[in-house]
Design a protein around this ligand. Structure first.
Ligand SMILES: [Fe+2]
Ligand SMILES: [Fe+2]
Length: 235
């Protein structure tokens, strides 16, 4: 994109902030760091690096390399990273509940498993609150976005709206809109979402419930992310 100047000469467009002088404090902070290479090893022994270092300079062969290697890379990587992220919250404190979010996640998945839910529902149950502490208000959509390639529309809807349906169970909450879910009555995933919240989620803070450890779900999570995705690329 170019802009015409008064003199009639076109200049490349730049965001306005690039014209602002950098704050001196930031310059001082940056000066404290030594610049380092960010080159990392490859994920496979016989894998190749691209010749280009940018989208614009990658050759067609580079793109073929990236497509081929990324398909292998992401098959197990998504499962590994999700499990690592969840495991990192194991010892976090609770803000009042008898369990922390990690314990709640495991208990929700255990309840789904014991109820005979299918594997998608068990994995969904395990991960439904994984964004609770980094996207508290939008954690349902956060998880739905993460699992979008691998779940049915009903299960994705459940994830996105479970926060609304959970409010129904706040019997003694002074201000919560318990009936907020009613505007969705008739939606194909209404009963499913209500069932998930009642049977697996709202009751999964019991400290003495026999909750299965994360290891019990690991193989399932790997299988889940190794499924044929519903679509490839952005949708
Ligand atoms: Fe939640
Ligand atoms: Fe939850």
């Amino acid at each position: 994109m170019t802009l015409a100047t008064k003199a009639g000469v076109s200049e490349p467009w730049r965001p306005a902030y690039t014209n602002a002088a950098r704050p001196t404090a930031l310059e001082r902070e940056l000066a404290a760091f030594e610049a380092k290479s960010i080159l990392v090893p490859l994920g496979g022994a016989d894998w190749q690096r691209t010749s280009g270092h940018t989208f614009e300079t990658n050759t067609a062969a580079d793109w073929a390399t990236i497509e081929r290697q990324s398909a292998i890379y992401h098959r197990d990587r998504q499962a590994k990273e999700v499990l690592t992220f969840l495991a990192a919250s194991k010892d976090e404190p609770s803000y009042g509940w008898q369990t922390n979010n990690y314990g709640h996640s495991l208990q929700t998945a255990t309840r789904a498993l014991r109820d005979g839910a299918d594997e998608d529902m068990v994995v969904l149950s395990l991960l439904h609150d994984i964004g609770q502490n980094i996207a508290p208000v939008t954690h349902g959509e956060f998880c739905a976005a993460m699992l979008k390639q691998f779940l049915s529309d009903d299960y994705l809807w459940l994830l996105s709206y479970h926060t609304v349906f959970q409010r129904y169970h706040r019997f003694n909450h002074p201000t919560s809109d318990r009936m907020g879910r009613e505007k969705f009555r008739g939606h194909p995933a209404f009963e499913l979402t209500a069932y998930f919240c009642e049977k697996y989620d709202q009751n999964a803070m019991e400290p003495d419930y026999p909750t299965l450890p994360l290891e019990a779900f690991e193989a399932m999570v790997y299988r889940f992310f190794n499924k044929e995705p519903r679509f490839v690329g952005r949708r």
